[in-house]
Design a protein around this ligand. Structure first.
Ligand SMILES: Nc1ncnc2c1ncn2[C@@H]1O[C@H](COP(=O)(O)OP(=O)(O)OP(=O)(O)O)[C@@H](O)[C@H]1O
Length: 322
């Protein structure tokens, strides 16, 4: 089990980690999620031993990692730019770590072949890495990381340079492989959907601090503050509560809301309205859009209610997000 205790890191006046504590259990994938500059990569480098910390401790199974250099921690790192060795072929890249650990070439080649097979790259051994597609290169990078059987896998934005379709496919494949291998992993990402799809828990970082660390469904059901609620995708965040789409009601019996912006969609419309509760965005189905008739125009009005029972409350003292 990995444990971070009160990690502190500053670059001059910039705070990269401000008392970060968290745990990653055996076999768990934890996402470090947050906007650019919040300190995700710094934290990953601190765990890997590539960046010295100013305070706190990194422990693995109770052992203080600060005393060990990166190569003796037993962690594998995978970055967004693959960082494959261009002068080696695919097999050479995957075998590299095994040979460094003293394995014979023949044994390393057998293990590399088996791992490449498992990642759908059987027969790729002799290919030059620069002839591979982005997705293939990323699979090779994962094969290289997994073949050494690390006790922790550190993934830094591994899919950000890939197109959306490939990203989705690899997210699914990686998640399955991580589950099968039982290797715990930390996934750094600024993409909420990626974090929620791949990780069992996400630690959401803001300015070097963990705002909330929980399972995706709990983050969505009980966001700790307004900033976090917006960051994980809620559009209608009021001062003390989130208004999820399911809390909204249409009908003439409700107070009028005025349409301030309107986008027609193939199957309905998106509107922003000035409502009694505040400024709200909502998607109207084709049927709902039709029910508004001529009022569906800028400046048009329709009845919009908010069911108080379905609001998601924001804890008072934390709700003033920046
Ligand atoms: N080597 C460095 N020297 C000075 N400041 C740094 C250095 N590395 C990081 N920082 C600063 O520390 C803060 C956290 O940076 P970090 O790269 O960890 O954030 P991040 O969340 O990974 O961002 P991104 O998603 O953009 O990669 C930022 O303000 C950054 O400018």
């Amino acid at each position: 089990m990995l444990e971070l205790r009160g990690i502190e890191k500053r670059f001059g006046a910039r705070v990269a980690a401000d008392g970060v504590s968290l745990e990653v259990a055996a076999g768990e994938t934890l996402a470090l999620l947050g906007p650019s500059g919040c300190g995700k990569s710094s934290l990953l480098k601190i765990i890997a031993g590539l960046l010295p910390l100013d305070g706190g401790a990194v422990l693995f199974d109770g052992e203080d990692m600060n005393l060990l250099p990166p190569e003796r921690r037993g962690f594998a790192l995978m970055f967004q730019d693959f960082a494959l060795f261009p002068h080696l072929d695919v097999a050479g890249n995957v075998m590299f770590g095994l040979i460094e650990r003293g394995q014979s070439r023949a044994q390393a080649a057998r293990e590399a072949e088996a791992m490449l097979e498992r990642l759908g790259l059987g027969g790729y051994q002799r290919r030059k890495v620069w002839t591979l597609s982005g997705g293939e290169q990323q699979r090779v990078a994962l094969a290289r990381a997994l073949v050494t059987r690390p006790r922790l896998l550190l993934l830094d934005e591994p899919f950000s340079s890939l197109d959306a379709h490939l990203r989705g496919q690899l997210q699914g494949e990686f998640t399955q492989l991580l589950t099968e291998s039982g290797i715990p992993a930390i996934l750094v990402t600024h993409d909420r959907e990626e974090a929620f799809a791949m990780a069992s828990r996400a630690a959401v970082l803001h300015q070097g601090r963990i705002v909330q660390c929980d399972a995706p469904r709990h983050l969505l059901a009980r966001p700790a503050n307004a900033w976090l609620a917006r960051f994980i995708g809620y559009e209608n965040v009021l001062e003390h509560a989130v208004v999820p789409g399911r809390a909204l009601r249409l009908g003439p019996q409700y107070p009028p809301a005025r349409i301030e912006s309107l986008t027609w969609l193939a199957d309905g419309a998106r509107v922003e309205v000035a409502a009694q509760a505040g400024r709200l965005s909502l998607s109207l189905s084709a049927r709902e859009a039709a029910s508004l008739g001529a009022e569906l125009r800028l400046g048009g009005q329709f009845g919009l209610g908010v069911n108080a029972e379905e609001l998601i409350p924001l804890p008072g003292e934390l709700s003033a997000g920046s």
